[in-house]
Design a protein around this ligand. Structure first.
Ligand code: ARG
Length: 574
């Protein structure tokens, strides 16, 4: 149990003694840390129900709380805030428990869910761009935090390999007479933009591409042979990009993996009575009575007889529910696909594919913009490839390491590894520190700095704690019992570390990693203050020194755990 839930329980009992609901006892960190450590605001909410003044209620609750030995003081402030302070001994006790716990006080779930996180969403032939980058970073962090909480997480990139873009590509390969076995990534990257541009104006070509899509989907051998080769070259390069980002998937399913479910799905939808013919296409209406906007129907089968992105998405959903038995699906895909997912989810509900106890959520996010405030593009206005972004941040990290004279005399290979780790940290943290719903500007200079709210700053903080622990070990110093904090910096560090379970929970509940990103920064800063004031390595009182070392270890594992959840690796040294 965390301190906050324990205190909430105590305050809840106190409210109950007054004949009031226990929920009123929720205790939170004090909004005015100079006045108290914790506060409870329930008395204000209770006043109406109890027909008493909030200050009176607060005074009663405070009195009950004060009877507990662990509570040093309470106080009623303003209209009826209950301020609460723990004794230093109680703080030390909590610190001891939390530091010894491998989840640092976080209570893992009793009944784990099967959570599928659909993120990254790379496509055959299309180089991954910054939209995929955000999906990858945010999705990966959500997968990690759900996993940390004890859920069974399934990570699936949902490879885009079965839609109209395949028809465009295959039609072009056939037209140009390219031998399927020789197709390279470079070919695909040339063909795709050309073909998609051409289909916009050249109706005949668009028709051929549509017919080719249908041919592929009906198992045409030549189309399949070309498709296979294209898929494997694309996948190889994308796996490389993901591995550079330290991202791994549990599954690597694509749209095509549900290809044999498409026909039966259509049958199921027809039998469920939810389909209609519309202009030669088969559609499902998704409009609901209390909608205050118009919802276009979801097209299940086009008039040309092809299955679409939306069809494969419904079939994939069915596969996830029926075969993978998931309870919760998080689709981490940019905001622009919000309508698409509303349609897909509504169809799944309407047709009984997803029962009411299966949850489906679109986790949208804003755009990563360039310095001009517009979506990040290359100088020529093209999409920025993920691989290029990784190179960009790694180069910047290398420069910053040189400037700061870090890792200067390490072997070349280790320096390179550190540069990549720092670069990726800059990129990921620069993204995750923003609420996912907001747009943000990609600022290489700022993201890669070792000062301020950045990934490299946090990595460096963690590396420094590790190095203190290493030096201590070399000198034969041991960690010992955590003593009651004797100074304000110490107390503040304890209080902050004890808040970690709630911060993690908030990120899970809201599906927003930025709370963890923000908190990690506060923690690193608070640690730095502690370290400036408490000279661990030269402390003369042995018990105090051993206690501080234990606190250092606690802070280090907390920071490393948080960074792990954010997908940030901590170098051994720097
Ligand atoms: N491949 C898609 C794109 O690039 C994203 C896939 C998202 N996931 C899904 N289940 N539709 O836009």
């Amino acid at each position: 149990m965390s301190v906050l839930s324990h205190l909430s329980e105590l305050a809840g009992h106190a409210f109950e003694e007054l004949g009031l609901p226990a929920e009123l006892g929720e205790v939170v960190p004090s909004q005015r840390p100079e006045l108290a450590q914790y506060q409870c605001n329930g008395a204000m909410a209770a006043a109406k129900q109890a027909k008493r003044s909030p200050r009176d209620i607060a005074a009663d609750v405070a009195k009950t709380l004060e009877a507990h030995e662990e509570i040093a003081a309470t106080d009623v402030a303003g209209p009826g805030f209950i301020n609460i302070d723990l004794t230093p001994e109680a703080l030390a006790q909590w610190a001891t428990t939390s530091a010894a716990d491998n989840k640092l006080g976080f209570h893992t779930v009793e009944t784990p869910n099967r959570v599928l996180v659909d993120y990254a969403g790379p496509n055959v032939a299309k180089a991954m761009h910054v939209g995929h980058l955000r999906a990858t970073i945010i999705g990966d962090s959500l997968a990690r935090v759900f996993d940390f909480a004890g859920h069974n997480v399934i990570r699936d990139p949902h490879f885009g390999d079965w839609g109209f873009q395949m028809g465009l590509l295959i039609a072009t390969v056939e037209e140009e007479g390219i031998d399927p076995k020789t197709i390279t990534l470079a070919d695909l990257q040339r063909i795709y933009p050309e073909a998609s541009e051409r289909a916009r104006t050249d109706e005949d070509f668009a028709d051929v591409a549509r017919a080719t899509t249908v041919a592929l989907q009906s198992g045409d051998e030549q189309a399949l042979a070309i498709w296979k080769q294209m898929k494997s070259v694309s996948e190889a390069s994308q796996r490389q990009d993901f591995s550079a980002l330290g991202v791994e998937f549990d599954l690597w399913y694509g749209e095509s993996d549900v290809s044999n479910r498409l026909k039966p799905l259509v049958q199921r939808l027809i039998e469920a009575g939810v389909t209609e013919q519309s202009d030669g296409a088969l559609v499902v209406r998704v409009q609901e009575n209390d909608d205050n906007r118009e919802w276009p129907p979801l097209i299940v089968k086009s008039s040309a007889g092809g299955f679409l992105y939306s069809t494969t998405d419904v079939a994939t959903l069915e596969h996830r529910v029926d075969d993978l038995e998931v309870d919760l699906m998080l689709y981490v895909v940019d905001h622009r696909q919000g309508d698409h997912f509303t349609q897909v989810f509504r169809v799944a509900r309407k047709a009984g594919i997803a029962s009411p106890d299966v949850e489906m959520e679109h986790i949208g996010f804003g755009t990563m913009n360039g310095p001009d405030g517009k979506p990040f593009k290359t100088r020529e206005g093209g999409v920025v490839r993920l691989a290029d972004v990784i190179e960009l941040v790694t180069d910047a990290a290398r420069d910053r390491l040189d400037e700061a004279n870090l890792a200067a005399d390490y072997p070349q290979e280790e320096r390179e590894l550190i540069a990549r780790q720092v670069g990726v940290a800059a990129l990921k943290y620069g993204d995750l520190i923003n609420n996912r719903n907001s747009d943000y500007v990609f600022n290489l200079e700022r993201f890669s700095s070792f000062d301020g709210k950045t990934g490299p700053f946090l990595q460096y903080a963690a590396v420094r704690i590790k190095s203190i622990l290493r030096i201590a070990e070399e000198r034969g110093l041991k960690t010992g019992a955590i003593l009651a904090p004797a100074s304000e910096v110490e107390t503040n560090l304890f209080l902050l570390l004890l808040e970690m379970p709630e911060v993690i929970q908030r990120s899970i509940d809201l599906r927003e990693p930025n709370h963890i990103a923000e908190y990690s920064f506060e923690l690193a800063r608070q640690w730095n203050r502690f370290y400036e004031n408490c000279h661990i390595l030269t402390e003369e009182n042995a018990a105090r020194q051993a206690s501080w070392l234990a606190v250092a270890q606690w802070a280090e594992s907390a920071l490393e755990t948080l960074l792990y959840i954010l997908g940030i690796e901590v170098p051994e040294r720097m």
